[in-house]
Design a protein around this ligand. Sequence first.
Ligand code: NAG
Ligand code: NAG
Ligand code: NAG
Ligand code: NAG
Ligand code: NAG
Length: 504
Amino acid sequence: MVIWYVFLACVLYGSECMFPMQWRGTWYQSRTIIDISINSISRKGTCLQKDGNRFLMLNNVSEPCPFQGSYTFTYANATMTNLQCTHPVSDIRACADESKFKFIFKHCPGVPGTHDQVLDFQCLATWVNGEKFMYGLFTEPWMTQDEYRYRCFMHSFYGSSGDMSMSADATCQGLQNPTLGAVSMSFSRVSWPRSTCTFPRYLANQNKWRDLSGRIRLEVESGLQVLRLKERLPLGTMMYKDGSAVAVSKLVLRCVQSVGESISGLIADFFIYYTNDSCVSGYQCLRIIKRDENVIELYVGDSLNSTDANCDSRQFEMSTKYVMIPDVNTSVACSASQKGIYQYMDKASDCTGMVDIGCTHADEIVIETICPLIKKSVSILQCLQSWRLDGKAFLITQQPGQQDSPAMCLTLIETEFGMEVQADNYCEGDRWTVKKKFLNYLLYTPPDGCPLKRDIQSDQSIESDRLQNEGKAKGHTGFAIQWDANIGVILACAMTVYCVIVHR
Ligand SMILES: *[C@@H]1O[C@H](CO)[C@@H](O)[C@H](O)[C@H]1NC(C)=O
Ligand SMILES: *[C@@H]1O[C@H](CO)[C@@H](O)[C@H](O)[C@H]1NC(C)=O
Ligand SMILES: *[C@@H]1O[C@H](CO)[C@@H](O)[C@H](O)[C@H]1NC(C)=O
Ligand SMILES: *[C@@H]1O[C@H](CO)[C@@H](O)[C@H](O)[C@H]1NC(C)=O
Ligand SMILES: CC(=O)N[C@H]1CO[C@H](CO)[C@@H](O)[C@@H]1O
């Protein structure tokens, strides 16, 4: 994950990092413009170290740390004394993001140079040059000067213990071996809780999953004992070389114990050990519901103040819910719903129009909207998943050609008035708890399937003429619309529904 533009020496010698005067300015390089300032090059990063004519460039993008997990450690601050700070012991806490951890240094009474301090650390590079090195920065906001933030480490981890020495400044000078540096630390690993379970096998049918917002990714580690929820950085913040967005771990979930009865294999509850983005670890409950082969719901419960594997429904009342689908770039036929061209009424506005499900393209829904004041608009949705459950059809849809964009879940329910269509983010269109609905339509009459040959242009004008000429709205508690004989007379009570436009 590192992009080092390194013309570099592995062992670094400190010197002021400035580019030669004749380099500075704006340059034209293979059809792009690059700016070179006193110490940075656009698109490459900031100069960290200079060694003769070689420059070590730092880019924001980080690298997994060479050791993972949580440790306790004792340390000596050689700038002050050779005494070890052993009581109390200090800690290294794991964070969800493998490129970060948290140092918790403790003050030992009577040992000079020891202080209570909590320091977040980020690994930027690792290399081997005889000894193993790690380079990174303390990300505490109050540390403003780079000389204090950047440090070099020499480390040696073996089994459940290890040694690491830290440099006195931002260079790697003065590190002699993993037990001899300005600060030297001696580690003991804190093991993860013992696991007696694996997550459901179908999670591994897909390499990666995404949620409907498009921001959250789920990665399943081989062995099915660890799940990683990653959040995609806002577009443009950081990109990999291939142009895909960078996602950072927000939450790591380790299976500890399977709990409760699995209802027909569709609902599974787990007692898990989590590590979150604030480098806090603890226990919580996780419910995984399989809605379809390629559609799962995750309910992540609150942190538990207990190590008892007790996950009843109460643990999920306040939980965070994610609907996940495979993170792939393919669409499916919108087959859960009957194909056809339907007339519709928008229950949240005065707009009406036509919905073409699967006629133009099997994997597409085309919505043509006519509103009193605005001229006709057409929107296209592509089906990513399509399934039926309890007589309802569910379609997860997205605008075509935008893989990372938010997806909507359409719920289609047959009623005596027609087919209710609602859209939301959680496939809860059939539940009363839904707060945000993106659309709420009533579709009329079973269609005659798809026309054999559909000329969209002429169809559009015929349909829109008919809507304008023959559609008559009458007042009723809500309102009722009378259509021509082909369609039949259908009454619809409009409910009070509000429509929230997708934000973010
Ligand atoms: C080591 O001692 C120096 C001088 O007191 C102090 O500035 C530094 O923070 C100490 N290092 C650690 C890791 O406590
Ligand atoms: C991590 O978990 C702790 C304990 O539950 C919580 O207080 C904290 O807000 C969590 N951090 C994040 C970023 O979710
Ligand atoms: C959590 O557990 C600790 C130790 O048993 C107890 O002291 C604390 O009061 C508990 N906190 C809550 C919110 O239950
Ligand atoms: C996804 O599919 C679209 C259209 O087929 C294509 O243009 C795009 O490059 C694909 N994206 C990825 C990441 O494969
Ligand atoms: C601050 C900085 O140098 N950011 C760069 C990190 O790397 C990406 C990809 O190479 C660049 O696009 C950023 O400008």
